[in-house]
Write a protein that binds this ligand. Structure first.
Ligand SMILES: Nc1ncnc2c1ncn2[C@@H]1O[C@H](COP(=O)(O)OP(=O)(O)O)[C@@H](O)[C@H]1O
Ligand SMILES: [Mg+2]
Length: 252
């Protein structure tokens, strides 16, 4: 004897087949209306479950990524600052650099769109199924748990495991604390060994980075690994924030 609809619902719930549960009624009606074979209907139902799982996975990856917005290149106005490294940005957006394990560094004055582009690349990586960790650099580096080695490893795990790590606004406060330099060193070294990409944005010119890192020996080992196999994109132009402020004033 076949199950009643309520029993089927219950079984699907028990089996955690929420994709099937969501579309079963539609698929049943469709099967009758279009006279579909069992195999046609069954494969449609399976696909519904796969689609549901995929979109849930991506949603979970987004929630874990630390991104606060779903930025894209579509809404970016390339006409505002014609000197931006447009080609490099689109190239990075293809995510090929992540497959290669290369790093990317976006440098330039505030408001020129570095964080926007970095978030767009990060979001694109999330959508393509990669594990992404986006963080404000200062926040991430000062969040070390100064506890046992085991706790430190646990803290570092997601930072090392991510397919793409974004450190936004590195050296915002210029000099970083010694503990932060140590943390940066262990992140950079570990990710370098595993050939995992880091995307950095900064308002500070690279020539000054060793100064902000303090300890010269440490600075050299960090910068060596960051710069080896790295794409550099220099942002030049005016702050878009000024444009936003002006247009707000005009509207007021
Ligand atoms: N060319 C642009 N077109 C559209 N929006 C832009 C552009 N440049 C910057 N913005 C927007 O201006 C604000 C500041 O940009 P942001 O990416 O934070 O700059 P940066 O990180 O270089 O300081 C953000 O809201 C960003 O979306
Ligand atoms: Mg920024």
């Amino acid at each position: 004897m076949s199950m009643t609809m309520t029993e089927i619902e219950k079984a699907l719930k028990q089996l955690r087949l929420s994709g099937v549960r969501a579309t079963l009624e539609t698929r049943l009606i469709e099967a009758q209306a279009s006279n579909l074979s069992f195999l046609e209907t069954f494969s449609a139902i399976l696909q519904d479950e796969l689609d549901r799982r995929q979109s849930r996975l991506l949603e979970r990856r987004y929630q874990l990524s630390g991104l606060d917005e779903r930025a894209s290149l579509a809404e970016f106005d390339w006409g505002y600052n014609p000197k931006l490294p447009k080609r490099t940005c689109f190239e990075l957006h293809t995510l090929k650099f992540i497959a290669e394990g290369d790093n990317a560094i976006l440098i330039g004055p505030p408001g020129t769109g570095k964080s926007h582009i970095a978030k767009a690349i990060a979001y694109s990586a999330v959508r393509s199924g990669l594990r992404v960790l986006y963080a404000e650099a200062d926040e991430l580096l000062s969040s070390i748990v100064p506890a046992s080695p085991a706790e430190k490893r646990r803290h570092l795990k997601p930072i090392i495991d991510a397919d793409l790590l974004v450190l936004d606004d590195l050296f915002m406060a210029r000099r970083i604390a010694q503990e932060s330099t140590d943390e940066l060193q262990s992140i950079v070294h570990k990710r370098y060994k595993l050939r995992r990409s880091i995307l950095i944005t900064s308002n500070r010119i690279i020539a000054d980075w060793d100064k902000y890192l303090g300890d010269t020996a440490l600075a050299t080992t960090i910068l060596d690994r960051l710069m080896h196999r790295s794409v550099l994109a220099e942002f030049r132009g005016r702050s878009y924030r000024l444009k936003q402020a002006t247009s707000r004033q005009l509207q007021a």
